[in-house]
Design a protein around this ligand. Structure first.
Ligand SMILES: *Cc1c(COP(=O)(O)O)cnc(C)c1O
Length: 333
């Protein structure tokens, strides 16, 4: 059972100018247009996860992510729409960074900082925000337990959604997206499909869905984190294995999971100058706006690893709000 929250199907577009410039055919699946406030890839997973929360009669939703998490923002928005209370556990780099930012914004305290990007939306939605350190984030399950009691002692059952919504149930959203894609394009004509890998659920669902329907097209994941591709291969195979309980029984091997580490940049959520140039270039010639955390790194990975004459599909997974949070990186240009 799933909810119907996203505006589907999302369109597939051809990018004529970039295709000409790079001498290959570049198509883009506009999953940045799944919704407005809850835009991006996470809504497809949340259609399944929040249906499960409602079915289990939960009233509160816990989830976690970085301070500018797209997943947390989408969860908060959909929770509010469904009458659930969102509690977001957001990782802050370290206290010093906050203070530096507060000083540069001439605020007395970190609390007075001007919220922007996803965080602004989280606040407008009235989500409860719990900021956690990097160390606390590493043991998020324990932190959840410390907060769960506050709600459950009042009879409010808590539903916890993993980082990025990336478990097997969430990945079902991208199994369905694979089925949607097959009605839009002849995937046998494509040399590769590219998507970002942040927590792995999008990639896992997409690969599983395509293989289940019978397509052999390579799916290339661009790792945007500093965790190694081996860790992701393992996690993705685990997620796919868990799809068995939903009737998707596949024997996918590690060799079929293709994750590239070379485009992750200096750190998660930190783009390189080349990524920023890519954002400007793609926006100015095709009117497609990429984000600095996921899709710019992935788009660049696609341009650099695909070959002349090939036909490729890019999954635009969203992230627009996160761009505003990094407006300072565009100050000079
Ligand atoms: C979360 C996210 C991704 C990565 O998807 P995962 O399923 O977490 O690997 C890609 N792009 C954007 C914009 C995201 O918010």
């Amino acid at each position: 059972m799933k909810l119907s929250l996203a505006k589907l199907p999302t369109v597939v577009e051809f990018l004529p100018k970039l295709s000409q410039e790079y001498e290959r055919e570049i198509f883009i699946k506009r999953d940045d247009m799944t919704e407005l406030v809850s835009s991006g890839n996470k809504i497809r997973k949340l259609e399944f996860l929040l249906a499960d929360a409602l079915r289990k009669d939960c009233k509160v939703v816990f989830t976690c992510g970085g301070i500018q998490s797209n997943h947390a923002r989408a969860t908060a928005h959909l929770a509010v729409k469904l009458g659930l209370k969102p509690v977001l556990f957001l990782r802050v780099p370290n206290p010093k960074t906050i203070t530096d930012q507060a000083i540069s914004q001439k605020c007395e305290t970190a609390e007075e900082q001007i919220p922007n990007g996803n965080l602004l939306i989280d606040k407008l939605l009235g989500a409860e925000l719990v900021t956690v350190s990097v160390q606390e984030y590493a043991r998020i399950e324990e932190i959840y337990e410390e907060h769960r009691d506050r709600f459950e002692k009042n009879g409010l059952k808590v539903y916890t959604i993993p980082e990025g919504g990336s478990n097997s149930l969430g990945a079902m959203g991208y199994v369905m997206a694979a089925a949607e894609l097959c009605t839009q394009l002849n995937l046998n004509e494509f040399d590769a499909i590219y998507c970002a890998v942040g927590s792995g659920g999008t990639y896992a669902g997409l690969l599983a869905g395509l293989r289940y329907i019978g397509y052999r097209v390579p799916v290339i994941g661009i790792n945007v984190t500093k965790s190694s591709s081996e860790i992701f291969v393992h996690k993705i195979l685990e997620i796919i294995d868990g799809l068995r309980k939903f009737g998707i029984d596949l024997s996918i091997k590690g060799e079929d999971v293709n994750i590239l580490d070379d485009f992750s940049g200096p750190a998660y959520a930190v783009p390189t100058e080349a990524d920023l140039e890519c954002i400007k270039h793609v926006a100015s010639i095709e009117g497609i706006v990429l984000d600095p955390v996921y899709t710019a790194k992935t788009f660049r990975g696609m341009l650099e690893t695909s070959k002349k004459g090939q036909k490729v599909l890019f999954i635009h997974t969203g992230g627009l709000f996160g761009l505003f949070a990094q407006a300072n990186r565009f100050a000079k240009s």
